[in-house]
Write a protein that binds this ligand. Structure first.
Ligand SMILES: [Zn+2]
Length: 198
């Protein structure tokens, strides 16, 4: 077995959604000549490693030199509304829905005993600090509606209680066991309209 090919397969298999077999298929497609796919991927990975960052304030994807990101700094956005999501990809989904024009805060995960993710692994302390600094009229929890999402939302709501800011949650209309990132724009827009106080 060629160890460099095997190493490529093993690395690809660590990506979410790619099992061993899919990783092997992807690796074979990459090394097949003369598509140039491998060279393009190397270049794209190199650029991403150099330029792609997470915004230090909200956790959204941004590029080097743009931190805080444009979502945090755009004066046309409503600075009194804060939407809390699990992942940076959820922010992209919310933006696609067109239903929210405020600021964001990505927790970078959710509470999960199975993955050993506890409160200290999430950006909850940073969220509490932003809420305590004032200026927010409402904080919307756009967190998935599975067991782990429910536990996360309850924990975040409890943490924010002493700030006195109104906390609501998207629940209505979100498909069960799915995150914001997997919801279509219309469903998200409806879920925003049907948010309820927690
Ligand atoms: Zn930001």
């Amino acid at each position: 077995m060629d160890s460099s090919f095997d190493s490529l397969v093993r690395t690809l298999a660590k990506l979410p959604g790619l099992g061993r077999r899919s990783a092997e298929r992807a690796a074979l497609a990459l090394v097949r000549q003369p598509t140039g796919l491998l060279a393009s991927l190397v270049a794209a990975l190199q650029r991403a490693a150099e330029e792609v960052r997470l915004c230090s304030l909200c956790g959204a994807l941004t590029t080097q030199g743009h931190d805080p990101c444009r979502l945090c700094t755009d004066p046309a956005r409503d600075a009194s509304m804060l939407c809390v999501v699990e992942e940076p990809g959820d922010i992209l989904a919310m933006e696609r829905s067109g239903g929210f024009r405020g600021r964001y805060h990505a927790l970078l995960g959710k509470l999960s005993p199975a993955r050993a993710t506890g409160p200290a692994d999430l950006r909850v302390r940073e969220l509490a600090a932003r809420a305590a600094a004032g200026g927010f009229r409402e904080i919307i929890l756009a967190i998935s509606t599975d067991v782990e999402g429910d536990a996360t939302a309850a924990y975040v709501a409890e943490t924010l209680r002493e700030t006195g800011v109104t906390v609501t949650r998207l629940a209505f209309g979100l498909p069960a066991d799915s995150g914001v990132g997997y919801s279509d724009p219309l469903t998200l827009k409806r879920a925003l309209g049907g948010r309820q106080a927690v």
